[in-house]
Design a protein around this ligand. Structure first.
Ligand code: XMP
Length: 346
């Protein structure tokens, strides 16, 4: 079983003359609905309350990605987030719901609006998620249904049989997740994506553990059609929350959706009893969201050019090479970059 740091992608002959010409357009296949969602870039934001905002959704929409509305807010606030983002009705937007509040949340939205309903639950291969998917297929038969978190082919087959269209893959891989530490549960993320994309080609989102465009490229080669970003977007301008100045260094908050702080507030509001499986962190303030997304996309374009692809077509035919820790040491320039970056930040 492997994760991103266990592999590299083998370069191939390329006829691409300029990386700028590489097209990042991606499709999410909706098998049950016999259609696809097309996006100009293969990126979406994590459904987290320190990431998702009207401003961030707006930016992702403008750049051609898939905006995701988080659900750690009231149904009215969630609706307002979408209204304030100004995204047109015909552009797809993901609405996160829980297995307890879906009727209340969905009632707020015009059924004609292009909404992907995302069942957002820590363990989606479960009976409550099954009931929710079945209810959604009955009541909103024309809406795409996203489901997660899952991490196995069995979970893909079962949730697909219930009616799910898009599969959000990743259990415990997230940068502020403590699920693996608290419970011992998880699947190394690269193999989780490979296994799930094999079960549902064209319909998988890689969620969690993506730290840079290199990891994103590996997720695409593994079969993900879309990459969900929490940590990469954390600390950028469009995320919610204040910039915090600590002895002249600037930070923003980034917290897991099952972090202690969230768990305490949800339990106090008696909305649900949350088991604590997430961390609360400060990340360095990164500035423009747009610049971060541009940089990430440049990395993906460059990665595709190294394997001879001028588009996403054929990306999954590239090969992974298993590496040893010595290879990581060979990437000596990392230390230099890390030092230079930390000095620049200082
Ligand atoms: P990255 O690595 O991009 O991961 O920061 C974002 C993803 O992490 C998941 N997530 C959590 N997982 N406990 C968990 O076990 C949490 O509190 C938590 N909060 C977020 C989620 O899938 C997100 O997209």
């Amino acid at each position: 079983m492997r994760t991103f740091d266990d592999v590299l992608i083998k370069p191939r002959y390329s006829e691409i003359e300029t990386r700028d010409s590489v097209d990042l357009t991606t499709e999410l296949k909706l098998t049950r609905l016999k259609r696809a969602i097309t996006l100009r870039i293969p990126l979406c934001n994590a459904a987290m309350d320190t990431i998702s905002s009207s401003a961030l959704c707006r930016t992702l929409y403008e750049l051609g990605g898939l905006p995701v509305l988080h659900r750690n807010c009231t149904p009215e606030q969630q609706k307002d987030m979408l209204t304030e983002s100004g995204i047109p009705d015909d552009y797809p937007v993901v609405l996160s719901i829980s297995v307890n509040d879906y009727e209340e949340r969905l009632r707020r939205f015009d059924p004609g609006r292009n909404i992907i309903i995302s069942i957002d639950i820590a363990h989606a291969h479960s009976v409550k998620a099954k009931r929710t998917v079945e209810w959604l297929v009955d009541h909103y038969p024309d809406h795409a249904i996203m489901i997660g978190s899952i991490a196995t082919a069995e979970a893909v087959y079962d949730t697909m049989a219930w009616g799910a269209d898009i599969f959000r893959v990743g259990i415990g891989a997230g940068s502020v997740c403590t699920t693996r530490i608290v419970t011992g549960i998880g699947v190394p993320q690269l193999d989780a994506v490979l296994e799930c994309a094999d079960a549902a080609p064209g319909s998988v989102i890689a969620d969690g553990g993506i730290r840079n465009s290199g990891d994103g490229m590996k997720a695409l080669v593994a079969g993900a059609s879309l990459i969900m970003l929490g940590n990469v977007l954390a600390g950028t301008d469009d995320t919610p929350g204040m910039i915090i100045d600590i002895q002249g260094k600037l930070y923003k908050q980034y917290r897991g959706m099952a972090s202690k702080e969230v768990a305490v507030s949800l339990t106090a509001r008696k909305e649900q009893s949350v088991y604590e499986e997430g961390a609360d962190a400060l990340v360095l303030y990164k500035g423009s969201t747009r610049q971060i997304v541009h940089g990430f996309c440049r990395g993906l374009r460059s990665g595709l050019s190294y394997i001879g692809c001028d588009s996403m077509e054929g990306v999954t035919t590239a090969d992974f090479i298993d590496i040893t820790p010595n290879v990581t040491r060979e990437n000596g320039v990392h230390d230099v970059i890390a030092r230079a970056t930390s000095e620049a930040v200082r």
